[in-house]
Structure formats: C-alpha cells, structure tokens
Design a protein around this ligand. Sequence first.
Ligand SMILES: NC(=O)c1ccc[n+]([C@@H]2O[C@H](COP(=O)([O-])OP(=O)(O)OC[C@H]3O[C@@H](n4cnc5c(N)ncnc54)[C@H](O)[C@@H]3O)[C@@H](O)[C@H]2O)c1
Ligand SMILES: O=C(O)C[C@H](O)C(=O)O
Length: 313
Amino acid sequence: MKVTVIGAGNVGATCADVLAYREIANEVVLLDIKEGIAEGKALDIWQKAPITLYDTRTIGVTNDYNRTANSDVVVITSGMPRKPGMSRDDLIEVNAKIVNSVTENVIKHSPNAILIVVSNPLDVMTYAAHVTSKFPRTRVIGMAGILDTARYRAFLADALNCSPKDIQALLMGGHGDTMVPLPRYTTVAGIPVTELLDKETIDAIVQRTIHGGGELVKLMGTSAWYAPGAAAAQMVEAIARDQRRIFPCCVKLEGEYGIDNCYLGVPVILGKNGVEKIIEVSLNEEEKKLLEVSRQKVSEVMAAYDRIVGVKQ
Ligand SMILES: NC(=O)c1ccc[n+]([C@@H]2O[C@H](COP(=O)([O-])OP(=O)(O)OC[C@H]3O[C@@H](n4cnc5c(N)ncnc54)[C@H](O)[C@@H]3O)[C@@H](O)[C@H]2O)c1
Ligand SMILES: O=C(O)C[C@H](O)C(=O)O
C-alpha cells in the first residue's frame, strides 16, 4: 500500500504521522510546494520509527510528482486554512486553483488512485477534484463527517462523563454551519442518547459541534489538525485494509436522499474500492428540511466554483 499526502502542513503532516505509526501503509510520500518542508517532516517521522516502533517508510518531496507514482490512495490537504473571522467558503478562490492543479498532477502519475479530499471548503473541493480527475464518484471522497462526528462524540462524552469509545453517532450534510448532527441516530453503548440527556443539553452540544471548527480557529488563529489528520488517516485505513467501515463521508449524490448532483456528507461503507455503498437511512420531516438547507448552501458554493473556474452550467 502506497499513500501520498499532498500538503505537508499541519493536517498533511499529522495524517502522514498517523499513517506511519499505525502502519496503515508501507510507504507514505509527503509532497509540498514549499522547498524542504515535506522532506524535513518525512525525515522527522521516519526518525520516530525506532522510538515508537514502526516500519512504514516516509519520503518527503518538493513538488516532484514522479515520486508519487502508482499511489493507491492520495490525500489532498494542500491549501490555505482559514483565519479568525473567515468562513471556510472564503477560501474557495485560492484553494480551487491549488486543488485543481494538484489533482491534475496526481492523476497523471496515479490514474487508479482513490482520492481523499481534505482542503476547504470541503464539499466543493471534493467536487473540484471529482470534476478535474473525471474519476468515478466512488474514488473521490471528502473527509469531514468523521471529524464533525468525533467532535460531537467528544462533547457528548464530556456531558455524560463516559468514554468517547462508547458513543456512536451519525451526522450528515455539508461541512459548515448547515451540517446536520442526528441525535435520533446517536447511541451510548446501545442506549439512545435521548434517554440519557435532556433536549436542551443535546441542542447545545449540536450547536457546539456545528461551530466546532470555528471554536478552534478562534483559539489558535488557524484551523485544527490533530483530529482532522487522524480522521483522514482513518479513511485511508478503511480502504487499505478493506475494512468496510461505515463513516459519514462527502460524496456526489446521484439521487440518494432525493438529491442529485450535490456533494454532501452521508453514511457510506468504505472499503478497497473506495465508496462501496451509500447507506440511505430514513429521515423525519425536520431532518429532511435541515438536509435540504445544507444541499442549497453547498449548491450555491458549487455554483460559485463554476463561475471561478468557468465551468459551463
Ligand atoms: N475537511 C476538514 O475537515 C478539514 C479539517 C482541517 C483543515 N482542513 C483544510 O485543510 C487545508 C490544510 O490545512 P492545514 O492546517 O494543514 O494548512 P497548512 O497551511 O498548515 O498546510 C497547507 C500546506 O499546503 C501546501 N500547499 C499549498 N499549495 C500547494 C500546492 N499547490 N501543492 C502542494 N502543496 C501546497 C502549503 O505549502 C502548506 O504546507 C486547509 O484548506 C484547511 O481549511 C479541512
Ligand atoms: O474549521 C476549519 O476551517 C477547518 C476544518 O474544516 C475544521 O472543521 O476543523
């Protein structure tokens, strides 16, 4: 298993580190446009191998796509992170150019790879990578749902003073203020969360989850990386080990949930072929309305992308 991580910044380097120490890949190539940064971080991760004990080779390169050839999975983290006061959508212009040029280079050298997109605005950057690569939709997958669900689960574990390991949850929709956490599909060791927490507490946790990325941007002046990097690595692991795990991931919807031609987070089975199946759960009227609001928002940003890159409608 060969994995390339594009972008050796905070998220990319964290992802490469998790891929290495969990031995998810035999070889991880870290690529960045900035001279030396990927080489340095890859060397640093490799020098940790004798301490934390792993065999994964990590190789860093400056924009040399030859070294990425025949990757099985490519994680795209290149792009600007937001600063306090910005929304993820404010990154569209700068990151669309980066994601498109990176995708063109990646597919030339790894035409059979599965692409995992991390750059923001996530849903629309997944669209950008899909349109640019012309890969089947099962091989272009956006990472956001695992992260957003992890935040939701962590906040619930705090409120319940229990292990986050016992919390299972589902969250759908776009990666932004319109995401749709689903308390009706949230359980704690099999117990519906609605049996354990009152509505007011759950509502407050849902709101904190929705604004979870912004909370960290405000604290750090840039966006998060430990949980995002680990979340992307977890997707790679499901593919590399053909685990058929069920995660919320961003994919192009073609009629599922009554939605066509929009990139949204939905539960999928992830395995060796990428998206093995999109799972359609039943939603009540309120949940359907929230998902529709999310669809409208992502579609608006997709249209903005089309205008920026001149895609014919
Ligand atoms: N989907 C999510 O849930 C999620 C979570 C966290 C961050 N993000 C997004 O991921 C992206 C990266 O975040 P970060 O914190 O790692 O930022 P960062 O600034 O630490 O790293 C980005 C890296 O990309 C590199 N880069 C820029 N253009 C490039 C190109 N053309 N080719 C190769 N490398 C290039 C930069 O040199 C930099 O090292 C941002 O867009 C951020 O918003 C998404
Ligand atoms: O919030 C951001 O800008 C980064 C990322 O999308 C996150 O949710 O942490």
